[in-house]
Design a protein around this ligand. Structure first.
Ligand code: AMP
Length: 305
């Protein structure tokens, strides 16, 4: 496994892969790797001949009151995880590699980046898209893998790739969860045991929503599940259309995503689930009455003998 610690080293590693005619799958991460990241790397192997992983805690996507300083950093452990997962190249740039003095231009996520997470974390998705776009230019992947755990991030990246004609295919990977349902996250390590138990209400709310027949019932079931856990302070709970992230109308049928963000103690957690609302069957006016006798129906005439 090649460890590319700066821009010259990743350029060289990338050139060697190109010379060998190997296609590249890319997994961007902020490190503190867990089984969610491992599943993305496994998927990356299916999509490309070589897998490049970047590990970079991106200051641009953290707000001033967020956990940039205390975000877990464990490079040696992460490198072992990558080695174990058969990663070809790990790219670990420094902040000054990516943000040298004098830089000015950033990517703006637009309207899709200003709702939900973006409303609570102004500038977050501009920071994400700026670094991802820089990584795309440096790594030049054929395919890039992103987790559905960060559903709005995935939607913003798809939007950017479409709007800026980026020559990369985006693949979304399913959410990896603990056996009890908690979505894996590098931030779960901040939770106390009691907070971790309370945090289960997020995944339980998502499951409750997927079992409902209508948008209103889904939002109600998820909201009631969250409200039953007083230690969980909901930031938003929203039911949206995939892709646009526009809120679904009450009579909506089709695919949807329910998203939640909540604070448990000092830790902010997010979760989401895919749902499909199917049209309710119209009663058929010329259908045969169901077999059997409804209460009040006259008794059938006895058969002639
Ligand atoms: P992060 O290191 O948190 O920036 O995440 C790097 C990538 O891993 C992102 O595409 C995340 O969506 C993805 N990811 C994080 N947690 C999970 C999870 N539990 N399941 C699937 N993908 C995940």
């Amino acid at each position: 496994m090649i460890i590319a610690r700066g821009l010259d080293e990743i350029d060289l590693a990338r050139a060697q892969l190109a010379a060998a005619g190997r296609s590249v799958s890319y997994v961007p991460t902020m490190g503190a790797l867990h089984d969610g990241h491992r599943s993305l790397i496994a998927l990356a192997h299916e999509y490309g001949d070589a897998v490049i992983v970047s590990i970079f805690v991106n200051p641009l996507q953290f707000g001033p009151d967020e956990d940039y300083a205390r975000y877990p950093r464990q490079l040696e452990v992460d490198l072992e995880v990558c080695r174990d997962a058969g990663v070809d190249v790990v790219f670990t740039p420094s902040v000054s590699d990516l943000y040298p003095a004098g830089r000015q231009v950033t990517v703006s996520a637009g309207a899709i980046g200003s709702i939900l997470e973006g409303a609570s974390r102004p500038g977050h998705f501009d920071g994400v898209l700026t670094v991802v776009s820089k990584f795309f230019n440096i790594v030049r992947p054929d395919v890039a893998i992103f987790g559905k755990k960060d559903a709005q991030q995935l939607a913003c990246i798809r939007r950017m790739v479409t709007d800026l004609n980026s020559p990369v295919r985006i693949v979304g990977a399913p959410i990896v969860r603990e056996p009890d349902g908690l979505a894996l996250s590098s931030r779960n390590r901040y939770l106390t045991q009691a907070e971790r138990t309370s945090a289960l209400s997020l995944s339980q709310a998502m499951i409750a929503a997927t079992q409902q027949p209508t948008p209103a019932a889904a939002l109600h079931a998820a909201g009631a599940t969250l409200a039953a856990e007083p230690a969980v302070q909901v930031d938003y709970l929203s039911l949206v259309q995939p892709g646009s992230l526009a809120e679904v109308p009450a009579d909506y049928t089709g695919p949807a995503v329910i998203l939640v963000a909540a604070r448990v103690g000092t830790t902010r957690l997010i979760d989401n689930a895919d749902l499909v609302f199917t049209p309710r069957p119209e009663p058929d006016p010329i259908a045969e009455p169901a077999a059997g006798r409804a209460p009040g129906d006259p008794a059938p005439a006895p058969a002639a003998v």
